[in-house]
Each structure stands twice: as C-alpha cells, then as structure tokens.
Design a protein around this ligand. Structure first.
Ligand code: IMP
Ligand code: MG
Length: 179
C-alpha cells in the first residue's frame, strides 16, 4: 500500500470483478435495443476505469474523451467549460458517459445537457463511484460500480492535486497529507 494511504476502500480485485459485471449489463441493455454505444470518458479521472471496463464489453464499441471543467471561481450552477471536445459528431448516436465519481452531480448534469444539445440520441452514465450523500442536483448514474461514504477518495483515476491517480485501488489519504 502507498505510504500516504490510510485505508483501502475498494481493492483492485473488487474493481475488476465489478467491471466484468457492469460490462455484461451494458452489453445486455444495448443489445436488447439493437444499439452500440459510443463511450465518452471524462478526462482525466475516468481513464483507468474506462480502460478496465472496455476490456470486458464484448461488442464493437468505440470510445472518445472529453475534458470539461467548471468555470473557476463559481460554485458553478451554470455551464461547464470544454477544454477538449469530441473529435466526431454524436448526432443520432447513443452515448455512454464514463465518469470516475459522481459527487454533487453538477458536472454530469451539464455534460449530459451538452451531449443532448449536440444531438446524441441517448445519454447514459456509468460511474465507478457514487457519493449520493453529496448530491445537489437530481441526477443518477445508470450504472454504478460502488457507493462510497462522504469521504475524499483517491486512486484508480481519482486525484488529490493531480497525485495518486495511478494507484490500482480506491482509498482514503492519511490526514497529514491534506496539510
Ligand atoms: P461533481 O460535479 O461535484 O459531481 O464533481 C465530480 C468531479 O469532482 C469528479 O469527476 C472528480 O473529478 C471530482 N471529485 C469529487 N469527489 C472526489 C473525491 O472524493 N476524490 C477525488 N475527486 C473527486
Ligand atoms: Mg472528474
């Protein structure tokens, strides 16, 4: 375990197993509608999760990335800023957004709105983690890996000051790391 980590909340084995389950559900749902989703990962946090998930989705899916951020200085209730946009059109395409964690839900609400505006035929969400106790907007993921308590978590894509994204598990930092 990394020296800065206080405890592991979700182990690598648990994540891999859950990705297999989610992938099966996703395949079943989309196949029943005769659709193939375009997976859209939100940078940078979704990268390890997307990489694990797609290995287990037994369909000819494609994936793209977007980078969005809230407008600085505001507790954004409005738009998000698009730092890196999609390279191809999503018009008429069912999109499956891939997120690391849903916290307040604001990011996801805005990105869903944006993709619908761009003409996606459907926008669903798969998130590795969900912190439902922190939600301020009425939004839910269609597929969730794990529910986590109201604690700041790092690892498997999640960062603190851009660090710890490469840890192969989800954990909580020791208190002194925040000082
Ligand atoms: P939301 O718009 O509040 O739902 O923000 C979600 C984003 O905030 C996530 O995509 C993460 O980048 C970040 N975030 C929220 N909670 C945590 C956490 O516990 N650890 C690391 N990043 C987090
Ligand atoms: Mg994020």
């Amino acid at each position: 375990m990394h020296k800065d980590v206080k405890k592991v909340l979700v182990s690598e084995e648990e994540i891999v197993k859950r990705c297999e389950e989610l992938a099966k559900e996703i395949k079943k749902d989309y196949e029943s509608k005769n659709e193939i989703p375009l997976l859209v990962g939100l940078l940078k946090g979704s990268v390890p999760f997307l990489a694990e998930l797609v290995k287990h989705i037994d369909m000819d899916i494609k994936y793209e990335f977007m980078d969005v951020s809230s407008y600085e200085g505001t507790e954004s209730i409005g738009d998000v800023k698009v730092n890196l946009d999609l390279r191809s059109s999503v018009k008429g395409i069912p999109v499956l957004l891939v997120e690391d964690i849903i916290d307040t839900g604001r990011t996801l609400q805005e990105v869903k709105r944006l993709l619908s505006h761009k003409g996606a035929s459907d926008v669903k969400v798969v998130s590795l983690l969900d912190k439902p106790s922190r939600r301020v907007v009425d939004i839910q993921a269609d597929y969730v890996g794990f529910e986590v308590p109201n604690e700041f978590v790092i690892g498997f894509g999640l960062d603190f000051n851009q660090k710890y994204r490469n840890l192969p598990y989800v954990g909580v930092l020791k208190d002194e790391c925040y000082q």
